[in-house]
Ligand binder design. Sequence first.
Ligand SMILES: Nc1nc2c(ncn2[C@@H]2O[C@H](COP(=O)(O)OP(=O)(O)O)[C@@H](O)[C@H]2O)c(=O)[nH]1
Ligand SMILES: [Mg+2]
Length: 338
Amino acid sequence: MVAADLSSRAGLARAITLVESRRADHRDAARRLLETVMPDTGNAERIGVTGPPGVGKSTFIDAFGTLLTGAGHRVAVLAVDPTSKRTGGSILGDKTRMERLAVDPNAFVRPSPAGASLGGVARTTRETILLCEAAGYDVIIVETVGVGQSETVVADMVDFFLALMLPNSGDELQGIKKGVLEAADMIAVNKSDIDPEAARRAGRTYANALHILEPIDPDWNPPTRLVSGATGDGLDEVWSLIEQHRKISSANGAREAARRTARSLVRFAACRRDHDRLRQPEWRGTGNPQSAQTGAGWLPARIHRSRSCDPACLRRAIERELWLAWLHTRFRSRGMAL
Ligand SMILES: Nc1nc2c(ncn2[C@@H]2O[C@H](COP(=O)(O)OP(=O)(O)O)[C@@H](O)[C@H]2O)c(=O)[nH]1
Ligand SMILES: [Mg+2]
């Protein structure tokens, strides 16, 4: 079962269901599908939107996405919410708060799989981004709740990471995790329609907070702006800043470097699956690793070479690869090259 036809929304939805599946045969099919579509990926602007629950992410994305489809873009929206349940608030919330995008023929809205762990959501989100790009969506927006680790996981898989904040600054700032500010490419004080003066004050507080942080990209100082998802104020400026960032980070190589990391994470997920498979009974003591068909396009050469040895050796090689990928991400988040 390979859902290779990504030209319709139904086909894309089926393909995403396939990469979300945990069944071994589905995983094999998903990997084959991803290998097939790989050449058509990488062309979208990938935007992460984070912020505390209730800050207005879904409302913002609905308005922002509609602005973009109006300008001729095709927009895919993915939610990353490991805390969501099928009957719980966030998915229902997204349904009601992305009313316009949900019926927009040039948009595709997909909630995260219910009940999945953060690791599971992260893997499927990475692969879903690739599928959406192959399906011709040129803007991918990933909404993530500002709790737990999900925002930093998402920051690693997008080109532009936007943090939405509430206008009641001061006390609010205390509660913001430093990691979110460090990872943000821009801060937007949302709901500025309610109390513009308070929003301006909050904007100054965040601008000062950003000022004392070392920027991730030396050529990009993350700006602070006031916006309102409800009225649409400031949304066109957010897009023009994203475009500016794209030009700058493409010219200085930062974008390509970050994407290399993202690719290593996709590879990491593939290694992980092989690693899990090695724990299956049919693998124990077979002494014939070639039978595993570990997926030529996915495994790094180091592991391919080691496929001629026994399963224990292969397992060690994969573990080493996982560790290297982990190290790579840690170093990148501190702005160091490996
Ligand atoms: N006044 C105002 N209300 C907003 C704005 N954006 C969202 N809201 C309201 O804030 C609540 C939470 O919005 P939602 O988009 O679901 O937030 P999320 O949890 O961050 O996705 C809803 O009642 C929205 O109608 C805004 O820009 N201005
Ligand atoms: Mg939401």
